[in-house]
Ligand binder design. Structure first.
Ligand code: 4NP
Length: 155
């Protein structure tokens, strides 16, 4: 059965497209049947491709994310996805406010799936230096591995 996973950050141009790419690669490696997407809580970048620094770090790690386009999370996503995964605690709080009563999706923080890193945020690299994007890639990769273990365990 296909498991549907949505990653959510603020702008959907830095962290969540990278999380989407890292998780897709990990799911493929493990042979998990997944459908993966990402979205932002904000609408400033709707329709835009990922930030060029995010595209660059993905490319350095062998993944092309240039085709992705930002969109804003909507209440319909809570019925469409099995897991909605926030990159930081502000994204998580926004998602919990938006979640319709009785919605199916399990809402969590990415690092809650990494033993010992529960409650931690994937820091927003948007106003940082280029090197922050390498850290973001490392963090979303670690989170993606943990999330894949959660999903494999839940199944
Ligand atoms: P993201 O990064 O949430 O990881 O996509 C950001 C992108 C854009 C803005 C903030 C964070 N912004 O303020 O426009």
């Amino acid at each position: 059965m296909t498991v549907r996973v949505l990653f959510v950050c603020l702008g959907n141009i830095c962290r969540s497209p990278l999380a989407e790419a890292a998780f897709r690669a990990e799911a493929e490696r493990l042979g998990l049947d997944v459908e993966v997407d990402s979205a932002g809580t904000g609408d400033w970048h709707v329709g835009h491709p990922p930030d060029r620094r995010a595209r660059a770090v993905a490319a350095r790690n062998g993944v092309d994310i240039g085709h992705l386009r930002a969109r804003q999370v909507s209440s319909a996503d809570f019925d469409r996805f099995d897991y909605i995964v926030a990159l930081d605690e502000a994204n998580l709080a926004d998602l919990l406010r938006l979640r319709p009563r009785g919605a199916c999706a399990r809402v969590s923080l990415l690092f809650d799936h990494v033993p010992g890193r529960e409650g931690e945020a994937v820091a927003d690299p948007y106003y940082g230096e280029d090197s922050h994007f390498d850290r973001t890639w490392a963090e979303v990769t670690e989170g993606a591995r943990g999330l894949a273990r959660t999903i494999a365990g839940d199944g």
